[in-house]
Design a protein around this ligand. Sequence first.
Ligand code: NAD
Ligand code: SER
Length: 320
Amino acid sequence: MIKRILLSGSNGQIGSELIEELRKIYGRSNVIGADLREPTPEILENGPYVKLDITNAHELANVIKEYKIDAIINMAAILSAVGEQNPHRAWNVNINGLINILEVSRELGVKRILNPSSIAVFGPTTPKENTPQETVLKPTSMYGITKVTGELLGEYYVRKYNLDVRGLRYPGIISYKTLPGGGTTDYAVAIFFDAIKYKHYKCFLKKDTMLPMMYMPDCLKATIDLFHADFSKLKHFTDFNIAAMSFTPEMLYNEIKKYLPEFTIEYEPDYRQQIADSWPRSIDDSLAREEWGWAPSYDMETMVEDMIKNVKIKVEKCEY
Ligand code: NAD
Ligand code: SER
């Protein structure tokens, strides 16, 4: 039974919300947040937190020993757009950081590791519609290369060392509590803040760029459900496709406009267009549904309704 979890990357878009959900299940003191930032009184008020760079194996091992950690959920990473600005850093954090986590877990008896992957594992030669889990994995971004490598490394540790390693391929995640950390799908969050603050948004992708997306409550549910799945019943481990919705910037704009009729948009694609063009338009998540009962709750319409309500509150409180 898992008692103590280390959540690395706990200050990021997903980590900052996942930590709250995990603390509801495991108890506040049993989920240790870890990220690059110095702890502030506000962070410490919520529960245990350590400043940790996952590329430092020695520091990582000390934290595992000190807090008697028996599971690690690793949300520390460099995402696609930032990764293209600094590919070496993306490799270092996403791969050397992950190797440290796997090695320390093996050596110190950590019982379970969850390391997320991404739709970025796919590339221009992968089928774009209803992309299967088992298909061509030839990504062109450094981020995608690290995510394929991460999946394979995780599976290697399952086979070679009998370590319990799990992972799922998130689509673009949409949320309002913590802003995204530099991905290609970040437009689908920024559009809400700009629509409400300025009634105008300049989009860095073309209007017809269809990408798979997911609302944060579904992302949290998927992560926790896979973390709790019976490992002995899984046939796949580190590469589960999950899906919820797919839309283009223009489709999202039209849906937001229903709530904000004065909202306008312009399109000025930049280097992120090439990354987006290499990714699928929609995802087949049937293996996750079969093996651990995955099913999403939000579609584009219900996501937009909830985002508008909550982003308005944040903008009114000047929390952005
Ligand atoms: P994020 O960029 O918002 O957060 C990442 C966190 O990791 C940040 O707080 C950062 O400070 C921390 N970090 C970076 N380098 C570190 C290091 N060396 N040591 C410790 N911490 C470090 O990312 P996110 O969106 O929360 O993503 C979490 C995971 O989900 C990543 O593996 C990412 O690839 C994956 N993912 C995210 C999305 C998405 O749309 N958000 C989609 C697909 C996959
Ligand atoms: N949302 C992520 C990105 O755009 C997908 O992994 O980088």
